[in-house]
Design a binder for this molecule. Structure first.
Ligand code: ADP
Ligand code: ZN
Length: 257
């Protein structure tokens, strides 16, 4: 039996010494990860954070945290997230600028998402490399609707119940599920799993539309600049394999410099 199809799988990223030593000698490392909603950006950035000792700066995570804590900012942005709309640039730019002040090695997940945000970032940081995640849209939709999170607001448990094994547009997809040990209860805290409000089909369609309209031009903007190396990957394998592929490509770029 193919090992990838066992129902319980633990997703772990090991930080090999060699990578951490290389990154230290390379100096600062500033990365952006692009990809449509549900392409696993958050998971890959956690893996790269573990491997390279980077800080993961995820605007989506920051916003969800503020909403959970009912802060002033949380209340101002809550409806945008619920409706799958972008939070206005001035708010996002301020939040990120504050974070970046104290960081030298980081991966930006979910930022920049508009041309305004990209221009604001240009003024405060020099990006070393951009990771661009590609995936066919019907695979994406299947994966997003299968995503489940822990219902406990204090827990960050994250799962996926889809088991995909098929070829689309010439690309072979082998995407195993990420199931909890116990029937739809969180491994970390035992709470029931739920679907994120903005992962519901009506909202996903809006998020994808927003991605194509606002964020695609941002990727093209960086590509057009021509001076930032791009790492292209397909979301066609388990996250650990994708993270290894990104890490290998990243090491090549670091060693070339
Ligand atoms: P996804 O990439 O799966 O859409 P995120 O967790 O990155 O999810 O973002 C969730 C929501 O947070 C977005 O739909 C949007 O409302 C808000 N958001 C996150 N990052 C930004 C950003 N850079 N600019 C504007 N809104 C953002
Ligand atoms: Zn939990």
């Amino acid at each position: 039996m193919n090992e990838k199809h066992v129902s319980y799988r633990k997703c772990e990223f090991n930080p090999p010494e060699r990578l951490i030593i290389s990154i230290k000698s390379a100096g600062t490392m500033k990365l952006i990860i692009f990809g449509p909603p549900g392409s696993g950006k958050g998971t890959y950035s956690s893996g790269l954070k573990a491997k390279f000792g980077l800080e993961k700066i995820s605007t989506g995570d920051i916003f969800r945290e503020e909403i959970k804590k009912s802060t002033g900012l949380g209340k101002r942005i809550e409806n945008y997230l619920l409706e799958g709309k972008l939070v206005p640039d001035d708010i996002v730019i301020e939040v990120v600028a504050l974070k970046l002040k104290s960081s030298t090695n980081y991966i930006l997940d979910g930022y920049p998402r508009t041309m305004g945000q990209a221009q604001a970032l240009d003024e405060i940081a020099k990006i070393d490399s951009i990771i661009d995640i590609n995936v066919h849209e019907d695979i994406l939709l299947e994966k997003i609707t299968a995503r489940r999170i822990c219902s406990n607001p204090k827990c960050d448990g994250n799962y996926n119940i889809a088991d995909i094994h098929r070829v689309v547009g010439g690309m072979e997809y082998i995407l195993p599920p990420l199931l909890p040990k116990d029937d739809m209860k969180c491994d970390k805290c035992g709470s029931p799993l739920i679907q994120r409000e903005d992962d519901k089909p009506e909202v996903i369609k809006d998020r994808l539309r927003v991605y194509h309209k606002q964020s695609k031009p941002v990727i093209e903007y960086y590509r057009g600049k021509g001076n930032v190396p791009f790492i292209e990957v397909w979301m066609n394998r388990a996250p650990e394999e994708i993270v290894d592929e990104i890490a290998t490509k990243l090491m090549k770029i670091i060693n070339r410099e």
